[in-house]
Design a protein around this ligand. Structure first.
Ligand code: MN
Length: 236
């Protein structure tokens, strides 16, 4: 198989800094394996930025094995960074990371409320479950998905990298030619409905166009958060 990918990150229209981070740092194409990731940092003016970048650098190092080990490495790197500089205490980050193998096998590691989606034959399927208080309420049947989308506490995370030992979710799937894989921060999904994300993905000619069209859609909807998007296409 051959893959084509692109990544974009933008501060949005309201925030002064961009505390999201994406991987890879530039667009490309090739036979794989390909590593893709989105991280959304938190913890104050500077620290959120440090958290997402520190974790992403450790998680994408060449000598680390599976996605779960990569997120654990990211978690540890934040802890070590805080030990060096205690003023950074309390910083953390989400991370959604995918390794795409040459045969199309995908392994995803996930902590937080960034998301992975599969766009296949015109349909968008969410691959990850948010680690948020409102998602837990949805799973308990106490509120609907629609109520969760508008809940005032929808940003409260139940899991994050950097605050101690963490359980990493793992998801596996196999990509087929024509598939489009999307990783994104909540700056996209908090602003743009999934039907509209699907429409943008359906209308974009290639990953480069897709990532910037999605950033533009988030900003057109208000752009209240940093927005990060990674898209990978599968060719024959
Ligand atoms: Mn965010």
């Amino acid at each position: 198989m051959r893959f084509v990918w692109a990544a974009a990150t933008h501060p949005g229209l309201v925030r002064e800094s961009n505390q999201d981070a994406v991987y890879p740092p530039s667009s490309g194409s090739g036979p794989g394996p390909v590593l893709l990731a989105v991280a959304d940092g938190m913890g104050g003016h500077v620290a959120g930025d440090v958290a997402s970048r520190t974790a992403l650098a450790a998680a994408t190092a060449p000598d680390v094995d599976g996605p779960k080990e990569r997120l654990v490495a990211g978690n540890l790197a934040i802890t070590e960074r805080i030990a060096e500089d205690p003023s950074l205490r309390g910083m953390g980050t989400t991370m959604t990371l995918a390794r795409v193998g040459p045969d199309g096998a995908v392994e995803i590691g996930h902590v937080g409320d960034s998301r992975a989606y599969l766009y296949r034959e015109g349909e968008l399927r969410r691959l990850t479950v948010d680690h948020t208080v409102v998602q837990e309420l949805v799973e308990l049947g106490q509120i609907s998905e629609e109520q969760a989308d508008r809940h005032p506490q929808r940003h409260l995370l139940t899991r994050v990298l950097g605050l101690g030992p963490v359980e990493v979710d793992e998801v596996s799937l196999r990509l087929h030619p024509g598939d489009r894989l999307l990783l994104c921060s909540d700056g996209l999904t908090g602003m743009v409905e999934e039907d509209d994300i699907a429409a943008v993905l359906g209308g974009a000619a290639d990953p480069e166009e897709a990532v910037w069209d999605l950033v533009e859609a988030a900003n057109r909807a208000g752009g209240v958060d940093n927005v990060s998007v990674v898209v990978l296409d599968v060719e024959v």
